[in-house]
Design a protein around this ligand. Sequence first.
Ligand code: UDP
Ligand code: MG
Length: 328
Amino acid sequence: MRQKGVFIMAHEVFKKTPLISIVLPVFNEEAGIEETIDVLLHYVAARQERYELIFVDDGSRDNSVKIIREAMRRAPQIKLVEFSRNFGHQLAITAGVRYASGDAVVVMDADLQDPPSVIPAMIAKWQAGYAVVYGKRRHRDGESWFKKASAAAFYRILHSITNVNMPVDTGDFRLMDRQVVDVLDQMNEPDPFVRGMVSWIGFKQTGVLYDRKERYAGTSKYPLRKMLGLAMNGITSFSRLPLILGYWAAGVLGVSSILVLLGNLLRGTLTAETWVIITVALTGALILLALGAMGTYVGRMFTASRERPLYIVAKTEGFQQAQVHTHP
Ligand code: UDP
Ligand code: MG
């Protein structure tokens, strides 16, 4: 009896010790990956939770994988997912999160810009009941004014043109509860914008402020081309505004040309020239109107083609069995 009791207690303790997965996308990070691993292992050793560290190699052409493999020999918590080529940061995160088996999953850069010392604050909020705890940047050290200004502008524009409540100044550094991760895993979106998708999923979300550090070593793997691609994915995945800009242009052009026409008619100054200009402007307005209409329909098809779940049930009560499902 006593033994059984002890067994149950041990089992209970085990059950209560959460497993946290840390997902790190890696692309040509040989200069600093060893330090990242050391800092993380140090962090993990001092914590009570259990951890797995999932490195996703996004087609690195340097020694990153070799360094990770070496570390795996001394640290069983380290796991490695290797891509066949460079698929990009967002897909590396997507894959890493899918391979994670933690009760909560933390995504962070592999260059120590997102300090592990912020994770305990995230875990505390998670344990207080938040499903997503994102890192909100208070300062960004060592990044160019262009990167800081363009990022600040981008997050504010995106925030204002979408219905999804996306926090500003927030990257992918965040902790997600298993329930959120399970939904994210189902969202098979090409060109994912992960931080937007996580906001879209909902549940209780909150942020912790942190100072984004300078990259520990190496250079940014986000050239302007990749940054613009990410920004375009963010806007087109969460807003149809660009598609219906035609309506706005048509409205402005149409109304102003009609006003000019009326003004000229009233004053009796309508010349053949003005008439031609007005006709051209009105034709333009009609074409823009048609483009806006096309945009509306294409937008609907686009939304449908993403096959997002229609809604997400957080929990059910009063049924015979608790059931959580995302599809109607
Ligand atoms: N990364 C990746 N694939 C890419 C580009 C970047 O996996 O195609 C990784 C990179 O190794 C890093 C993280 O994504 O761990 C963020 O990239 P980076 O630090 O270069 O971006 P920045 O912090 O400069 O915006
Ligand atoms: Mg970085």
